[in-house]
Design a protein around this ligand. Sequence first.
Ligand code: MN
Length: 725
Amino acid sequence: MTDLEQRYEKLIERIKSYLPNAGTDRIRAAFDVARAAHEGQKRRDGSPYVTHPLAVAEIIADMELDTESVIAALLHDCIEDTELNYEKIRSLFGTEVADIVEGVSKLTRMPYTSKEEEQIENLRKMFLAMGKDIRVILIKIADRLHNMRTIEYQKPDKQREKALETMEVYAPLAHRLGMQKIKWELEDLSLKYLDPVGYQEIMDELERRRPERVEFLNHIKDRMAERLKQAGINAEVAGRVKHLYSIYRKMYTQHKDISEVYDLYAMRVIVETVADCYNVLGFIHDLYRPIPGRFKDYISTPKPNMYQSLHTTVIGREGIPLEVQIRTHDMHHTAEYGIAAHWKYKSGVSGKDNLDEKLAWVRQLLENQQDVDGEEFIRSLKTDMFGDAVYVFTPKGDVVSLPAGSTPIDFAYSIHSAVGNRMIGAKVNGRIVQLDYQLKSGEIVEVLTQKNAHGPSRDWIKIAKTSGARNKIKQWFKKECREENIARGRSELDREFKRLGIELSAADLEEAFKTVCKRLSFKAPDEMLASLGYGGIKINRVVNRIRDELLRGKLRGHEQIIEKLKAAPKQKTSDSGVIVPGVDNCLVKFARCCTPIPGDAIIGFITRGYGVSVHRMDCKNVTNAMENSDDLSRWIRVIWADDVQDRFQTSLQISAKDRMNLLMDIATILSGLKIPVHQMDARALGDGYAVINMVMDVNGTEQLEQVISKLRGVSGTIDIKRSSG
Ligand code: MN
């Protein structure tokens, strides 16, 4: 038997151990299909590629997932890397498997980026995938775990990139899904490539202390086991050193040497019943002195990721602190495999309903995200999902779990929106606290309400830590104060326009609103203003859209708006003759394509490094940019200063019948008008006509009009026009 066959047989054995009715024929078929599809492909270490999907399937079997998951794990790279496609997989293994494989492929295609905005989009996709079928994420995590285990064969830059992504995305995800074992391994593997020196230091130190540690842990383990045996409790006792990254993080955040890290060691006691857990706790506190305030009961109050255990820290031999975790076998399985532990098909019974409940937070998160922007999304991810929790009590003794940093406002809204909306204050452990007080585990929180309280304050949106509370507050403002919101939104917009130097009448604004509303998916302008008012949408988004719309509007013949822009009052002085509202002493240059002069409707373009380039509104380059570019944000409004006396260079093109003295007649007119001419040339077109191009100085459109009308009087002139790009 080949190595590969042996590994395959072991995989099947493992699956049968928890799933006696596993569809082994289908798993075999998937293995054969994967092997054939990846034929000839090699891993970086030189082994056949199929060893990778096989290893991923092994991890999936360790999670004790169903047959479909194992099959999908074996095929997970087929769509991405081989000739197989969705249809083919569907015809061979059914829709369920094909959907999972497709889901995994989509996540694989997702590029990692350190740009926050793209990261948010990626996370959004991940959570959407998770909401559809959690197995997609579980396979993706298994895939990443195996890739990290074998990353030593990758190039250094690839190693760092993958390690960073693993640390920022996959380890927190594994944590949130309660997969502690995988989370630890991912963190340790990532650390090795992110800080090789720090990693090695801890490794060396742990290795150096190995003998004393083994002795220390064995001694305690024996003593505990002995005592529990006497008490007739069937228990597994094991000692371990905490995982490397948790030691690293403690050293780093507490600026400590490894010898000063508080709890390096941990003992784990696994028993059969919940009652045994509490009994064991008693015996251990009897054997060793507990450190006050370090006892945590995650059995009666599970962590949001389903973790259950009793934690206590005791003083071991020689005064060395030691954390003891006590739990049942079931709790232990959940602690190691988290959500995966709840995805089980045992004797045909689906655990799916239960799982749906456990995944409620995924759905809730997605629901909460419907009308928030990216910034808000990442903020709630960081707190609601990846953050640690605090556990506080209601006056009746019910436990409420909230993200760390939560305030009485979060507490109140987590009970019910009505409680939050009527809140006038809060007490913690019987004492009145400020509403921005940060709750700590174990505190008793009482919300003081009043029936006719006039509702939440707008500041609360900033104070609240959870997206749930923020959304409920916004919801209140949305419902309760529509008129007020509209007025507030409008005045906020006015203020912003004033700041940016955009001056428009209400009528013109309404015109722009109509289109902008649609783009931002509001039904009517009032809805948009109301949303602005209660903080549902950020002012920048609206203003940017409106500005873009004003620019685009020109093309659709919104002449009134353009007229307004043209007639904007001049207020300030400027060396260049042009003011860029909001920017003092901005470097300004006039575009050569359209040579704007005072009186022209103008617009600015923020160049890279050369200040603002001023164009005429009707310049062809402006028109093209408006039509073709999605990014209109570099176009800004500019206005003529009112002290313009300077001369501005511009150009004219005259078409005329070619004749003797044509140029001289033109020159005579210009000199009569005292117009400085920089350049004048005539080009004969050959059929008795000529084109004359000239560059001259004028002080504005009025003077230019005068020039043009005089030139029209020159015998033979057919047409006179300004160049416009
Ligand atoms: Mn893979």
